[in-house]
Design a protein around this ligand. Structure first.
Ligand SMILES: [Zn+2]
Ligand SMILES: [Zn+2]
Length: 341
């Protein structure tokens, strides 16, 4: 197999090695497409607790090539999308049904080798079979979509809500579509990049705002009879936008902090305002039991993801893909793992 290996942070080399044999409960997947995520960028820069040397990449799909002796749910030839997050099943959060908050969480592409390779071994139960009609790059992106589905569950949008989204990267654009499917009456998207504002408009945003040139608060008030939004979703992952999200929520407002802010970021909240306006602030972590729901949505055609892929790159251009993501030039980068430039 061929793999993009990070021996240490900030370094990537293409290695040729023997494909690992699957253990009794595992499957060997021939990877066809693997999305590049903000987490991969954090790992590459050494800002995320990962195991080095590492083959990163946790958003991928491919074809099962071989299964371990104890695997009955999969067979060679099955097309699969992989859920990378593996829980232990026996810690306190797991025992209480919060498996995604597992204290011993491991993840394909973070704590064990992932999908920036032609092949990857994963526990068989992490594989979701998909039909041959679904392109590999769409199946690969079921993982980030599944994280967004969990986020929308947490945001508690009800029919008729005014929803404000801060940031229109891939995640913001998926959450926008999910908010509309959930029955949001009006959606406002705040985004600095004109190309991404255009994409948001194309996906049905009621109004897009350039926060550098327009008064966002005013724009939202105009649309909600001066009340502010019912739901605000932060999709940037920065302290400043998290602060803005909490400040802009209207009466009875729910705030979802979805973006991954730096660990040291802090915001200021008025407890009185939270009390008086019954503001609810919540987070959303990974994809608990939402991978199959994400795949169902993608198969139905009610959620658009292909149009958000701005770059398709070969395996040896993983660092370039990360750079394109960091600069904001790319919306979504997908590595076509069987290709090498
Ligand atoms: Zn990801
Ligand atoms: Zn656990």
């Amino acid at each position: 197999m061929r793999a993009a290996v990070f021996p240490v942070p900030e370094e990537c080399e293409i290695a040729q090695r023997e494909a690992p044999a699957p253990a009794e409960h595992e499957a060997l997947v021939r990877v066809h497409a693997c999305g590049v995520c903000g987490t991969d960028a954090h790992i590459y820069r050494g800002r995320f607790p990962a195991r080095f040397p590492l083959i990163a990449g946790h958003e991928f799909a491919g074809v099962v090539e071989e299964v371990g002796s104890n695997v009955s749910v999969l067979q060679p030839g099955d097309r699969v999308a992989v859920d990378p997050n593996i829980y232990c099943g026996s810690c306190r959060p797991c025992r209480r049904g919060l498996t995604h908050l597992c204290r011993n969480l491991s993840a394909v592409g973070v704590t064990r080798d992932g999908g920036f390779a032609t092949h990857c071994v994963v526990p068989a139960r992490q594989c979701h079979t998909v039909t041959s009609e679904m392109p590999f790059e769409v199946a690969a992106l079921a993982e980030p979509v599944a994280c967004c589905v969990h986020g929308i569950d947490r945001a508690g949008i009800v029919s008729g809500d005014v929803v404000l989204l801060l940031g229109a990267g891939t995640i913001g654009l998926v959450l926008l579509q999910l908010a509309r499917l959930q029955g949001a009456a009006l959606t406002v998207v705040s985004e600095l990049d004109p190309g991404k504002r255009e994409l948001a408009k194309g996906l049905g945003a009621t109004r897009v705002v350039d926060p550098a040139a327009e008064d966002l608060e005013q724009a939202v008030e105009d649309m909600s009879d001066g009340s502010g939004p019912d739901v605000v979703i932060e999709c940037v992952g920065a302290g400043a936008t998290a602060q803005q999200a909490c400040d802009l929520a209207g009466e009875g407002g729910r705030v979802l902090l979805f973006g991954v802010a730096p660990e040291e970021a802090e915001i200021t909240i008025s407890p009185y305002r939270v009390y008086r306006n019954e503001i609810a602030i919540t987070g959303s972590f990974t994809n608990p039991f939402t991978q199959s729901r994400a795949l169902a949505l993608l198969a139905s055609g009610r959620l658009q993801i292909e149009g958000l892929i701005s770059h398709r790159l070969p395996l040896d251009e993983v660092p370039r893909g990360i750079g394109l993501l960091e600069s904001g030039e790319a919306t979504k980068v997908v590595i076509e793992t069987q290709e090498c430039g």
